[in-house]
Ligand binder design. Structure first.
Ligand SMILES: [Zn+2]
Length: 453
């Protein structure tokens, strides 16, 4: 007897294609794929109504606890926003200059107690003491990624040098070739020069807009840093994952220079907004949202397999904390976007640009799972995989209202806009966790995913 069977759906199976198959789930896993009529009896039946069924989406790039300082609170709220949006697994970047080993058991306990999506951790490296902890973070706590900031986040994180990064890459390679270095690729000196010009022009005035803010991230700063990252991947042999690529120049640099052990992520906001967007400073981010040519080049990068993976860079905060009234220099960077991640990819990719749904699924589900050592437990629909499934209605139109997105943030950069293509149900661990945007599960059903390296 199955716990659940999903019938009358078209399964999008990475590497295979679109298959009309029933999916049988038991004890949180997919245990059988067969014609609906051939599936065993189940305690409950979900009728997908002829719609597509995709693997649970993995957002490998999320930040929690930065602005409220309350990691537990943000975990509880934002993983519910994720689940409602079809994101069943969330990769969290943790930062700071304190040692990680004393923090990890508490973080994992909080994630297991509060999260509604499954979670995994990436740790940013700022000190040699943290680098000394790497091996135990991997072996004792299932961490498999370390992050390096070529450019820091002013007031939040410092940058690190290429020498520090290379040292980290070699130490990672010495632990396991399965580890991944995530790198924020912008050249610090170019960003500093751009910032100095903005400060000279605006000082602490409340002026400026999203268009002006784009100058903080010159495309050549990303281009140069991408070339450096490609070199570092080549010289170290360590797997490198470039986070949040934002520019046409970055895409071209990756296309021209990437070795096989380098992967590229962009985010759903960069694939959807430009610096002229009416969201204005609500969409202030680092790296900044750029031009239409950049957005379109990123989509070309998706189609040509230069972009491997989609993340969100979700950094939730309230409008009061965002502070758009303080102008371009005073407003905080970051935005709550995890709830709209999948709808934006479906709207902008499948419905607006004719990107095949299989391509979206490959980069939103399968590739993040493969890169971060979660495949085939996550990222596909196969016997033995976790029963995380999302039923997608490509024709469904819905107006975005932040109040309906389950985030603690009180705004969306998509507020009031209609997106076409939405998840209509999220099955998490073989349980219908969300149906028609109503969450039916309690916090704590998410599990921390310790990777075994
Ligand atoms: Zn980030």
């Amino acid at each position: 007897m199955l716990d659940l069977k999903a019938v009358n759906g078209k399964a999008v199976i990475p590497g295979t294609g679109i298959v009309e198959t029933g999916i049988g789930c038991k004890d949180g896993k997919i245990v059988v794929l067969a014609k609906d009529a051939d599936l065993p009896e189940a305690a409950s039946v979900y009728d997908a109504g002829g719609k597509y069924v995709i693997p649970g989406v993995i957002d490998p790039h999320c930040h929690l606890g930065i602005f409220t300082g309350d990691f537990a609170y943000e975990t509880e709220h934002e993983t519910r926003a994720a689940l409602a949006g079809g994101v069943t697994t969330v990769g969290l970047f943790m930062g700071g200059t304190e040692p990680y080993l004393p923090q990890l058991p508490g973080l994992v306990d909080t994630l297991n107690a509060k999260a509604s999506a499954d979670t995994f951790l990436h740790l940013a490296m700022f000190t040699s003491q943290q680098m000394d902890e790497m091996e135990r973070c991997v072996k004792d706590h299932g961490v498999a990624e370390f992050k390096f900031y070529m450019t820091g986040i002013p007031g939040v994180f410092p940058n690190v040098t290429d020498a520090f990064i290379l040292q980290g890459l070699r130490r990672m390679r010495g632990i396991s070739d399965k580890l991944t270095a995530c790198i924020h690729c912008e050249d610090q000196s170019m960003v500093d020069a751009a910032l100095a010009e903005l400060v000279a022009g605006y000082g602490d005035s409340a002026g400026g807009d999203l268009c002006e803010w784009a100058k903080i991230g010159p495309a050549e700063a990303e281009e140069l840093a991408v070339i450096r990252a490609c070199y570092l991947a080549h010289v170290s042999g360590t797997k490198i994952y470039i986070v949040h690529m934002s520019s046409e120049e970055g895409v071209i640099a990756a296309a021209d220079h990437r070795p096989d052990n380098l992967f590229v992520e962009t985010t759903s906001p960069y694939l959807s907004l430009t610096k002229d967007d009416p969201a204005g400073l609500r969409a202030k981010m680092l790296p900044p949202i750029k031009d239409e040519c950049d957005r379109e080049a990123l989509w070309e990068g998706v189609m040509e397999d230069i972009i491997d993976s989609f993340g969100t860079d979700n950094t939730p905060l309230s409008l009061a904390v965002k502070g758009v009234e303080k102008g371009m220099m005073g407003a905080m960077p970051g935005y709550p976007v995890i709830a709209t991640h999948l709808p934006v990819l479906l709207h902008e990719g499948v419905n607006s640009r004719g990107v095949p749904l299989e391509t979206i699924v490959e980069k939103a589900c399968a590739n993040p799972a493969k890169i971060f050592n979660l495949y085939p437990q996550k990222g596909t629909i196969a016997v033995g995989s976790d029963a995380d499934l999302v039923v997608v209605d490509l024709d469904k139109e819905r107006v975005v209202h932040a109040a309906e997105l389950y985030s603690f943030a009180d705004y969306s950069i998509w507020e009031g806009r209609t997106l076409k293509g939405w998840p209509v149900a999220t099955i998490k661990g073989g349980v219908v966790a969300v149906e028609n945007h109503e969450i039916r599960v309690e916090p704590g059903i998410g599990r921390y995913l310790a990777r075994s390296i």
